[in-house]
Design a protein around this ligand. Sequence first.
Ligand SMILES: [Zn+2]
Length: 404
Amino acid sequence: MERIAIRNARVLTLHGVGVRRGTAMRELGVIERGFVACGKGRVARVGAGEPEGSWDRVIDADGCVCMPALVDAHAHLCWGGDRWAEWERIRTGVPYPQILADGGGILSTVRATRAASREQLAEGVTRRLRAMAALGVGATDAKSGYGLEPESEARMLRAIGDAAAASPVLVRRTFLGGHAIPPEDAGWPERLALEVIPTFAREFPDVAVDAFCERSALGVDACRAILRAARAAGLAARLHTDQFTAMGGAEMAIAEGARTVDHLEAATPETVRAVGGSDAIAVILPCSGYALDGRYAPARALVDAGAAVAIGSNANPGSAPTVDLRFAMHLAVRHAGLGCAEAIVAATVNAAHAIGAEDEVGMLAPGMRANLVVLDDRDERSLVHAFGGPPPRLVMLGGRVLQG
Ligand SMILES: [Zn+2]
């Protein structure tokens, strides 16, 4: 593998200890004129001035920012079928309950996912990972959750593993068995906690466990049992909560030691305070607000309350049909009150903590995976300011240059 040095860049190292909260969410670790040297797929050295030593390739990044590749804290990525016709019907004014009555919504994706082979599912994940990489995303969450029965959920996790093994993007899998209750199996949440999670923990010991706490999905008690089963099996716990309804899900997840609480569009001031005083990372998903209803998580209040905030694309076929994490960052600044530096921290180092990959990605420091981007601008605010904008000038993942 080539030994590559990038010189003459405005380097953002994001270097520091632990997940960032409060004013630490504005610290980018700037080296005004510096270098990043990489070998064997890892960052070898970062510093000011020139990279001494011999390199197979030296890239002059004069007038450009060099920073860690982005990390997507929350993405679904694996599904069968599509929801394009449904979306067009919604746009013409068909009410959502009618869509559901006609077999649409998440259950249409469940049907298509159950019918898809492992190879077909992996092919879809591969395509989405490729699109993410081109946009400068070097690590991501990837959830199951459209199978809602053990065989299909396991097939999704295996397909994600297949795609991840062949991708330069670092993938962390999440078992989202508690995404919804399938109409044919009201006992599914209970079975998840009692049987499925302990069994899956043996085949998929790397996964986090997630559920959707919402009036239209699983209740607080069902989610508590799932999170407890995850923790008992030694797995990290996450929770989709407070998206439409404040039901106490975030407080419950914090009490159960969840690593993240995700969504939070409907979080009350009391919930914001509870999250701010906890170790749980608040993962905001502004693409859902953009695609659905114009509601965004109170990210400013969360940071001010001391929360560690991360950003995810929430890539999925229905409520966030995009893998563009940069657009999510833009929305987080435009509509949720984050500053540009906070959005960058939220989509790099804090997102790395959210997916449990903080030892691999999210900052530029010796030993970290050589995942970085070079922007076409001298100021990193361009990354957050522009939407639908040009891809980075250069994306390097695992020490290999994808473009540039
Ligand atoms: Zn989600």
